[in-house]
Design a protein around this ligand. Structure first.
Ligand code: GRG
Length: 284
């Protein structure tokens, strides 16, 4: 799946260019931002690029949109690792931002990445060319990342941490905390390309199925074979490993079917099917 590596490299390069400063005053904050933002699989940015590409936008024009969603992803991970949240010392295979730079700097690096997400779009040449597409993307991203979306999901997740929640609540937490940013990634790709409403609705459905599968697979990968030490609200703990695998495959199949429907509308991108195969490989 060379497109995954190629896209990741392109996004890494764009992020590195974007998150930089020649001013000596800002060396410290930029260092902390770069420490956390230059890494990861870039799945969300890749979704943005591949949806934009499917609907006729060049990778170059879509890149500021991919950068913006990866800035939000990096900010959310920094804040999620803080002692007042999940209190994780490691992230992306190295010490978390607050371990490396201290809590206050990590908080600010997260804040700076969050705000930079929006200037990455609004300052771009793509926005100058198609301002209405940029405004739409900013609306989508701020909505899905905010209190109706990822932040709202994080609040529910914190509340649920100490208790077993019912299936409906757990599904809502996953839909918001993990799914919302995945939906935003896909929809800003659609916005970058100026895709029409019908295509956006279909793409959002793909994103929803992708998001559910991604979260279940994340829980499967976290499972070390012991149900007793498994996180309380892990999908695997609640449903068992076999059912979790079955359900992940079921969501992947639904996402595949939605791509077939999009294909019937005249738009096709084989990489989006490969991305689903990548999820299956990740699970097994
Ligand atoms: C703090 C506002 C706020 C939100 C935090 C993203 C998030 C919400 C929490 C991270 C913890 C977590 C494990 C969430 C589930 C979603 C998930 C698996 C995120 C990690 O995504 P990957 O695997 O990470 O795509 P990379 O490093 O590849 O970007």
């Amino acid at each position: 799946m060379s497109f995954l590596v190629d896209n990741k490299n392109l996004i890494d390069f764009a992020m590195s260019t974007e998150i930089s400063s020649d001013s000596p005053e800002f060396v410290k904050i930029v260092e902390a931002m770069r420490y956390s933002a230059l890494g990861g699989k870039r799945l969300r940015g890749i979704l943005t690029l591949e949806f934009a590409k499917m609907f006729g936008c060049s990778i170059e024009e879509a890149m500021p949109y991919a950068v913006s969603v990866e800035c939000i992803q990096a900010y959310s991970l920094i804040h999620d690792d803080l002692p007042c949240m999940d209190d994780d010392d490691m992230r992306r295979g190295k010490p978390s931002c607050h371990i490396a730079f201290g809590e206050a700097n990590a908080l600010l690096a997260g804040d700076a990445l969050l705000t930079h997400a929006f200037s990455a779009i609004s300052e771009s040449d793509s926005a100058k060319k198609y301002p209405e597409r940029a405004i739409k993307a900013v609306r989508i991203l701020s909505g899905f990342a905010g209190f109706h979306g990822m932040v709202g999901g994080q609040v529910l997740d914190l509340e649920a941490a100490e208790q077993i929640v019912d299936e409906k609540t757990l599904s809502l937490i996953h839909k918001l905390k993990t799914g919302a940013l995945i939906k935003a990634s896909v929809l800003i790709g659609c916005a970058a390309a100026g895709a029409d409403n019908e295509l956006c609705v279909l793409s959002e459905k793909y994103a929803e199925e992708f998001g559910f599968a991604f979260q279940i697979i994340d829980d499967i990968l976290d499972f070390d074979g012991n149900y007793n030490t498994c996180e309380l609200n892990s999908y695997v703990k609640i449903h068992g490993l076999e059912k979790a695998k079955e359900d992940a495959l079921c969501h992947i199949k639904s996402a595949f079917d939605i791509l077939e429907t999009i294909e019937k509308n005249g738009f096709y991108n084989p990489n989006l099917k490969e991305l689903l195969e990548y999820l299956v490989k990740r699970m097994n």
